[in-house]
Design a binder for this molecule. Sequence first.
Ligand code: ATP
Ligand code: MG
Length: 420
Amino acid sequence: MRKSRNNGFILIVDDNPTNLSVLCAALNSEGFRFRVAVDGESAIAQAERNQPELILLDVQMPGIDGFETCRRLKANPVTENIPIIFTTALADTESKTKGFSLGAVDYIPKPFAQEEVIARVRVHLQLKQLTESLEQQVSDRTKALQQAQVQLVQQEKLSTLGELIAGIGHEINNPINFISSNIPPLEEYISGVTKLLLLYEQEYPNPTAKITTAIKDLDLSFVLEDMGKILNSLHLGSERIQNLSNSLRTFCRSDSDTKIFADLHQGLDSTLMILQHRLKANGDRPRIEVIKSYGVLPEVSCYIGQMNQVFMNILANAIDALDEAITLGKMSNLIPQIKIATEIYSEQLVVIRIADNGIGIPERLKKRLFEPLFTTKTVGKGTGLGLSIAYEIVVEKHKGVLDVNSQPGLGTEFIIRIPT
Ligand SMILES: Nc1ncnc2c1ncn2[C@@H]1O[C@H](COP(=O)(O)OP(=O)(O)OP(=O)(O)O)[C@@H](O)[C@H]1O
Ligand SMILES: [Mg+2]
């Protein structure tokens, strides 16, 4: 005998005791669970409180009639999906059509034939279950598709962007080597020429008028002093470009399908280097302070290019959160900070914490953060993919854990745990 599923029940709405007892007896005989309501308003209240699987609804009742009851049930998001079968003595086509146009799924004429009631109830319960399982399947498939899409986007992003950046890193490398390797001999030559000039000055303390004028026009002593400074800044500048080029290449280390042992601190540092321009002071806020407290970490077997992408996404979000806090005027006298801490936990787990003192995340949004396409940022600013990609890389690819702690208004901390 079929019982209704999951404590589900059928709601019978009728003001006539005889009708009620016939329907109840019919449903009871087949083991269906049911409840009753004797007018439209109490039926609506009951259905809102506890959704039945099906409603058998009388048309003619005191107070609001069955049509109006149906209209209200269909207008309420809580009850709109409950199938409604009208039960009525009105056999005319017009009221049948009206019932269907209000969203009823069927009609049972009075007086009731027990077999017909049972048969129709059974068909509609089955239809409802099939619909629900279909909806579930659609939602499962949609999720799977979204996941696949994220993976595709991630791979695409990694390969095209990665290749591009690695390419640029490489291309910069040659000319900058060229410049920096020529600085030491240039320094030597200049110092030689300077010495020679000074020697001339010593040996010929009274030069001709022409030479005296040329020395004056050139402002020789200033030029000699400044040349050293210029050389120094050439030195510094080329060193910086060299670091950047190294970082670009480290950041994009191609690690297609095998894990390699890598230094995560180097990954973090090269990511920070690439984000330098976003950490700098701008018209709206002071420079973001980055406070590192790196522990002693072993090299970790990982896909380092992908781990760098995780660092990049989390750090970029932290900068966004600080920018937003400043824009909303919540940090007028606070120094924007990002703290990065690493440690090894029980020799099997590397823990990386990246915390900001930005806008924070409201409790109700926390469980949606890692959903693909979930974003609170404006169109063009965020795609909502950063954290879902990070999650995919940490959890699926590295069998690690990605957690978040946040207090709205105070800041957010992301914790990455990767098995060594
Ligand atoms: N450090 C943080 N502080 C506050 N909110 C955050 C932080 N990190 C993430 N969020 C919230 O999580 C949402 C999802 O982040 P996610 O990185 O997945 O997407 P996005 O940054 O909006 O866009 P995308 O990274 O694709 O450009 C963000 O829109 C933001 O609301
Ligand atoms: Mg992001």
